[in-house]
Design a protein around this ligand. Structure first.
Ligand code: XIL
Length: 510
């Protein structure tokens, strides 16, 4: 079966029902939360190119609803970051525990997503009892583990990383209880056991530092060439893609993926993130965006590249700071779940036509900070900036911004003010409008416009200090407002939308 889910267009106000073929069985699944208005999801964009776009996730994160809203809507595939590893699934010999993995497959099924199972045989996160086995018992324990785990997930896991990280960086085989007991034959044995347990799953070997041409990817190439020649059931090679801006982009990535595809195998980018030294600056984030773009382009350049999975989508839940002290900011969204420049770069590389969403270079952007000292008093005080990152002046007469919020209880009429703007408050227009169909986090928006003027290339309007209240001066609860953020310094704000002549050019509507 293909890991690529049928392309879907998810729109608000419509509960799409997806038909997803799960190992030959058609199952009706309800789509996740709707994507923003007019906005295709990353997975929609990838699907239009015959690929999936996925994210890793982990059980503790599933209780964060802001996080799961995006996980369930933007991504068409998920990989459990930890919960299908050996130390979780068979902590003691013969005692299997699938609770955490089942929570991940359950989430995927509820959101019409496919699952990459990760991982059956790996030297790491391996319980002590495996390493303590006499070597004559390792093969039976490995085969039993694969049989039980892949058997349990048969039908709900579309692809397995059967063997993870078999190589050292110099291309020699990594020692592990499996290699020590069976030599490199453990890989073929593991693949055969996985195929017997789940004949429909796509079976992968997965590793890192194999993205570009080099000794380690040569070793992987030799290994899988031999397996293919021997008829061992291997369907694909996974390239983790844990990149770092300070080490440069892997050389020849597209050509490298292509040579594996030429063996008749699928290839996939399975764990993409791009870390940098902290604190992250604008230059690092810009370089990072080009790395993400280049990975997408490498995959799209190879017909058998079936999809890309990011190793979680937000810095909030990244493994990087824990694994590489002093480094981080590796993901598409920041700690506050706001899309970063890399997100726009991925969208653009996936062929987004700019119809909504954080626009690419040359576009208008909204920046926002909260000027409120209280989120529960009777006024909302957004600070907004409009930035022209393009190369041409923008006529402001047709430009509007919207800040989305809920009116909560009380009057339905509003007063609005501009307290300060370097453009002069008299040049700004502002009003509150009610939405005809409210969404989560918004039933009204503050609309700010410019009667005239123009914004030169590379410049900002500077801070526009806006304020609004209800005419009965009743209190708001801003904490659930769509555009509200807690940050007290200006940052790109995709939840503050920008329009030119009424057409969305920046941001995600609620
Ligand atoms: C990482 C997880 O994200 C962490 O939560 C865990 O502590 C360590 O493992 N390569 C892999 C993944 O194949 O399984 C690793 O995941 C990241 C590196």
């Amino acid at each position: 079966m293909s890991l690529t889910k049928r392309s879907t267009r998810r729109r608000p106000g419509r509960s799409a029902v997806l038909l997803l073929a799960v190992c030959g069985v058609a199952a009706a699944l309800t789509a996740g939360p709707a994507a923003a208005a007019g906005q295709e999801t990353l997975h929609d964009l990838a699907s239009a190119q015959g690929r999936y776009f996925g994210s890793a996730t982990d059980n503790p994160e599933l209780s964060d609803s802001a996080y799961t809203d995006t996980l369930g809507s933007e991504f068409g595939q998920i990989t459990p970051g930890n919960s299908m590893k050996w130390d979780t699934t068979e902590p003691q010999q013969g005692r299997f525990d699938f609770a955490r993995g089942d929570a991940i497959t359950g989430f995927a099924q509820a959101h019409g997503q496919t699952v990459r199972g990760h991982t059956l045989v790996w030297h790491s996160q391996l319980p002590g009892w495996v390493s303590a086995l006499p070597s004559a018992q390792v093969e039976a324990a490995m085969v039993n583990h694969i049989t039980e785990v892949a058997g349990h997930y048969r039908g709900s896991v579309a692809a397995w990383d059967v063997v993870n990280e078999p190589f050292n960086d110099d291309g020699t085989f990594r020692t592990s209880p499996f290699y020590d007991a069976m030599g490199s034959d453990y890989i073929a044995t593991a693949l055969r056991a996985a195929h017997a347990a789940d004949p429909d799953a796509r079976l992968y070997i997965n590793d890192y530092n194999t993205e570009g041409l080099g000794a380690k990817s040569d070793a992987m190439y030799d290994l899988v060439s031999g397996l293919v020649a021997e008829g061992v059931p291997v369907d694909g090679v996974g390239f983790q893609g844990h990149l770092a801006v300070q080490y440069g982009f892997p050389g020849g990535m597209r050509q490298n993926l292509q040579r594996f595809a030429d063996l008749g195998l699928d290839v996939a980018v399975t764990e993409l993130d791009v870390r940098m030294q902290l604190p992250a600056g604008a230059a690092g984030l810009a370089t990072q965006a080009t790395y993400y773009r280049d990975v997408v382009e490498a995959c799209l350049g190879v017909e058998r590249c079936v999809g890309i999975t990011v190793w979680d989508y937000t810095d909030k839940y990244s493994w990087v700071p824990g694994a590489f002290p002093g480094q981080g900011a590796a993901n598409l969204y920041d700690d506050n779940l706001r899309p970063k420049p890399a997100y726009a770069a991925v969208r653009a590389a996936l062929g987004d036509d700019g119809g909504g969403g954080p626009a690419g270079p040359g576009a208008l952007r909204a920046r926002y900070r909260s000027n409120d000292s209280s989120v529960s008093d009777n006024q909302i005080k957004p600070g907004l900036q409009l930035v022209n990152t393009g190369g041409a002046a923008v006529d402001l007469s047709g430009v509007t911004l919207r800040y989305w919020f809920t009116g909560d209880n009380g009057a339905s009429s509003y007063g609005t003010w501009c307290d300060w703007s370097p453009l002069g408050c008299s040049t700004l227009t502002h009003r509150v409008a009610a939405m005809s169909s409210p969404h989560t986090g918004a039933d009204h928006y503050l609309e700010v416009g410019f009667g005239s003027g123009s914004l030169a290339p590379g410049t900002s309007t500077g801070e526009m200090q806006l304020r609004l209240s209800k005419t009965d001066w009743s209190n708001f609860d801003e904490t659930d407002d769509y555009s509200h953020g807690a940050g007290d310094s200006y940052a790109d704000a995709p939840k503050v939308t920008v329009y030119v002549d009424g057409e969305l050019v920046w941001g995600l509507e609620p």
